[in-house]
Write a protein that binds this ligand. Structure first.
Ligand SMILES: Cc1cc2nc3c(=O)[nH]c(=O)nc-3n(C[C@H](O)[C@H](O)[C@H](O)COP(=O)(O)O)c2cc1C
Length: 158
């Protein structure tokens, strides 16, 4: 039985070992671009010895991002960042994978921890002061940028 540290070949791609890093969204992208943060974060993992590294899911359309802070591959301005990251991963001896994605209706307009806080605020207000006040809270929170109600998923402030 092959061990974890033996190479693995599929067609013309050879991994130096069988250790793969799964894609993990970092919520650090601006306009879907990957930058120095991704270069450092993924480059360090490649230098650390992974055989295969999947950068975070890259959305095929802006509205398909999990949040506006997620990476994409739908605009030419994003090419440079992906090329730098891929080149760094390869330079450190690992293979770069890619996860193309579209989050569909599960997409959110805020980072998960912001959505969580909005939901908690809404629940507290609803308990304390009834629904009209809760609607005000949602509207106030929405004024800081487009968001989505974490309870009903609506983007409208009714
Ligand atoms: C912060 C974070 C971001 C993630 N982003 C993605 C992603 O972009 N695409 C994906 O398929 N899975 C994503 N995942 C899931 C991970 O890739 C992985 O499948 C999950 O953490 C379970 O890993 P395990 O099977 O090794 O326990 C994410 C997980 C975490 C913790």
């Amino acid at each position: 039985m092959p061990d974890l540290f033996s190479p693995y070949t599929l067609k013309d791609v050879t991994l130096r070992n069988r250790i793969a890093m799964s894609p993990m969204t970092m919520y650090r992208s601006v306009d879907g671009k990957t930058d120095d943060f991704h270069l450092m974060y993924l480059g360090a993992r490649a230098a650390g010895g992974f055989g295969l590294i999947f950068p975070e899911q890259v959305a095929i359309a802006p509205e398909g991002r999990t949040t506006p802070h997620c990476a994409g591959i739908y605009d030419d301005v994003q090419i440079e960042g992906h090329a730098r990251v891929t080149s760094m991963i390869k330079g450190m001896g690992a293979v770069a994978g890619i996860q193309l994605g579209h989050t569909g209706r599960n997409g959110s307009e805020v980072k998960p921890w912001v959505a969580g806080e909005l939901g908690r605020q809404l629940a507290r207000t609803t308990r304390r002061a009834g629904r009209s006040s809760a609607r005000r809270t949602f509207r106030t929170a929405s004024a800081n940028g487009p968001t989505r109600c974490t309870r009903c998923r609506s983007t409208r402030s009714r």
